[in-house]
Design a protein around this ligand. Structure first.
Ligand code: IPD
Ligand code: CA
Ligand code: CA
Length: 276
């Protein structure tokens, strides 16, 4: 006998989770902002030997807040969180959360960070909410209902060639970084241009919003992009098969783009994008 209960998958149960994601993302972002304004006095630790991979007390506090809200409202749902690990992965509903995406920006006083909350139902991304308190924007979406920034619908860029817009990029010191410079070379060769803002979740939201025509990262974790994937698809964009293999827990290479330039960007990356 187990106390696991199937979540209600009628519209009511899923609606409640959508409202929850939007509310909690905003509240968590306000909470993070209270740390950000006094960031000079925050304790910052480094994960392992990588001095660029940081975590602050704010990341831990905000994730604890989100986990507390989840335990109160959806105690039978599973969770994958950057700071607290995974739990309850047998559940049909699994929340995938990044309490602060863009921690390096956060601790260095750059205004490019956000809170990202996504939900998988039966293994498929169903909804996402990304709250950016620096620009007072809440990006959100739900499969079949569209993607929005606040109340404004999002639509991916209409570009047909990389010359027509900006491509977000990112890399880490994890395996895959060797594909970064060849990609930039190909992009520039074909007349494209790139930006890196330091938050994978925000760059994904910007692809959904048509502000970027694409975003490539050599290796991302699911909490960086799960919420944003829903937005990109609902805004008419395309994405690589991020969840294949061990994507949920181990991550994968990642490309999201406007439909007219997805193939062009994927060809610049080559087979590493979809390698098993
Ligand atoms: C990072 C950001 C960054 C991306 C890294 C991520 P974090 O997340 O999304 O833009 O380049 O791959 O790890 O560590 O700030 O949550
Ligand atoms: Ca992240
Ligand atoms: Ca993070």
């Amino acid at each position: 006998m187990t106390d696991f209960q199937q979540p209600s998958l009628d519209d009511g149960g899923l609606d409640a989770r959508y409202g929850f994601a939007k509310r909690v993302a905003k509240e968590a972002a306000e909470r993070a902002m209270a740390f950000y304004v006094r960031r000079g006095s925050l304790a910052v630790a480094h994960k392992g030997d990588d001095l660029q991979d940081m975590v602050s007390i704010a990341d831990q506090d905000v994730e604890a807040f989100i986990r507390g809200e989840l335990a109160r409202h959806f105690p039978h749902d599973g969770i994958v969180g950057e700071e607290g690990g995974s739990d309850g992965l047998q559940a049909r509903c699994i929340w995938v959360i990044d309490p602060i995406d863009g921690t390096a920006c956060f601790v260095n006083g750059l205004h490019n960070w956000c809170v990202s909350i996504g939900l998988l139902v039966d293994g498929e991304p169903l909804l996402g909410a990304i709250a950016d308190p620096n620009h007072d924007e809440l990006f959100h979406g739900f499969v079949g209902r569209g993607a929005f920034v606040d109340d404004t619908p999002l639509q991916a860029h209409g570009a047909r060639h990389v010359r027509e817009g900006l491509v977000g990029v990112g890399t880490t010191h994890r395996p895959g970084k060797e594909h970064f410079l060849p990609f930039l070379h190909a992009l520039l060769d074909q007349g494209g241009q790139f930006v890196r803002n330091g938050s994978g979740a925000l760059m994904t939201a910007y692809v959904a919003a048509g502000r970027l025509i694409g975003y490539y990262e050599t290796h991302l974790k699911s909490w960086d992009c799960l919420a944003g994937l829903v937005l990109v698809r609902e805004a008419g964009g395309r994405s690589s098969d991020f969840l294949r293999g061990d994507g949920l827990l181990g991550g994968n290479p990642y490309l999201v783009a406007a439909p007219g330039v997805y193939e062009q960007l994927a060809a610049m990356i080559g087979p590493s994008l979809d390698a098993p």
